[in-house]
Design a protein around this ligand. Sequence first.
Ligand code: SF4
Length: 552
Amino acid sequence: MDAARPRREAPLTEQTLLRVASIHALAYCERLFYLEEVEEIRVADGAVFDGRRVHEELDDGEVSSFTLEAPVLGLKGRLDALRRTGGDLIPIETKKGKSAPGEGPEAAWRTDRLQVGAYAMILEEAFGIPVSEGRVRYLADHKSIRVPVDATLREEVGEAVRRANELRASVERPPVTPNERLCPRCSLAPVCLPTVGATDEQPEPRRVRILPPHRDRMTLHVFEQGAHVGRSGNELAVKPVDGPTHRQPIHSVGAVVVHGNAQISTQALRLCAEEDVSVHWISGGGFVTGALSTSSTGAQRHLRQFEALSDNQRRLDLARRLVAAKVEAQLRFLLRATRGGERPESTEAAIRRVRAPLPAIHRAENVETLLGREGEAAAGYFGALGALLREDLDPRLGFDGRNRHPSRDRFNALLNFGYGLLYRECLGNILAAGLHPGVGFYHRPRSAAHTLVLDLMEIFRVLIVDMALIGALNRLTFDADADFEERGSAIWLAADGRKKMVQLIERRKRDEWNHPAIGGPIDYGRMMELEARLLEKEWTDEIHLFARVRIR
Ligand code: SF4
């Protein structure tokens, strides 16, 4: 065996073999390697899809690709192509981008040289013949770079395998790379959330360095009773009872929400699972009755969450911030909505009632105190909410106090359904962030609802549901007859009412607001994801940016 190869006591099993692509990630950034290989986070963004297409085209066309394993080396990988020249084998790796600046082997990026070197060493172990050269082909500038597989490259591959295995055995996520230039091109930047701005002298505020402002994948809601979602190639085909079938490419879908008794086929479910598209089932009343999520549930992330949230002081600190964010949102919404005119004394009194508990919330010494203060603010807020509606609104759509399921009036039916949609959004984002939805820090387990989801929702109840609903009612969006159904003393949303509410929340998700963690605008859809990931950063990186968002 070559002296530079990693030494193993015994051949590794297939489960423990490293993917060669992971060596590529490791050479790029150790944190990227850890997120992908240990925490099993993959983000299928545009660049990843482009990369896949390159390989799919190669599969169909000029060259074949195949998988090889090298148990002694500890690697497995899928070669794009293998060329035989005389008696020599030459592994070929194809990249979508441009070659590196430089001449000779230096014109191949270091990460790519390492990758092709690893393939060469796998071939040697698999076929028992020496491989002295590899090639990296760059499609963007049509260059094919020869890479000698010499002692230095072999040593680098061996060291990378050793380091990768060391990281795999660790529960600690490596720090953000100091090389900021790497992050803008990193597919996991929206998950990693690299931060800038902190110094030893001034640890706060930090800023998230990169976060795409918009979601590029939509939520597909299937409302109609009897509608059926099937698979057609790489598309979801939604067939209503009457009317034409609507097709949606799977790559444009982030989540499918099946309302009521709509159906989804096994084939469509499998496509969603393969493409990391979550599927949620929602009852007519807005309850999430089930969810399919293929996001990784990496044990490391759960272990870190359980450990962090078993610390009473951390839980209390997070809960204080959460309740402060919610109550300040209630206060500022009341102030905003009544700005510019003379406020009636009842509204002024309600505003005072919402504001009064804030100092005590910031210094609350236990969760019971927080619950009490939150309740005081809520009484003031909901006492004033009805006054924000236009005077000529159909009185059946007015608000005269909060009630939950089953709703006893139209306003609460809308609010409860809206909160159900918000629950689904928060659940999806918590699962996407790899957190356990049932392990929260503020809510107590009292129902089937996941406590961490209920926690996260608190930041967004006012921002996403209440503000959007009051605005829609004042624009006369809802029809007190056609959009509701009365069943005994309970009021439910009719199909049209549910559809309008879904459209309202989906539109609201696209509205932008400044977020202090990124120092700029971000839409509310992404903001829910950002807050879920910022929560995890509280304990993975000790960066305290969770629940800092405020309306002005
Ligand atoms: S965003 Fe930057 S620090 Fe984070 S994984 Fe990617 S390259 Fe590494």
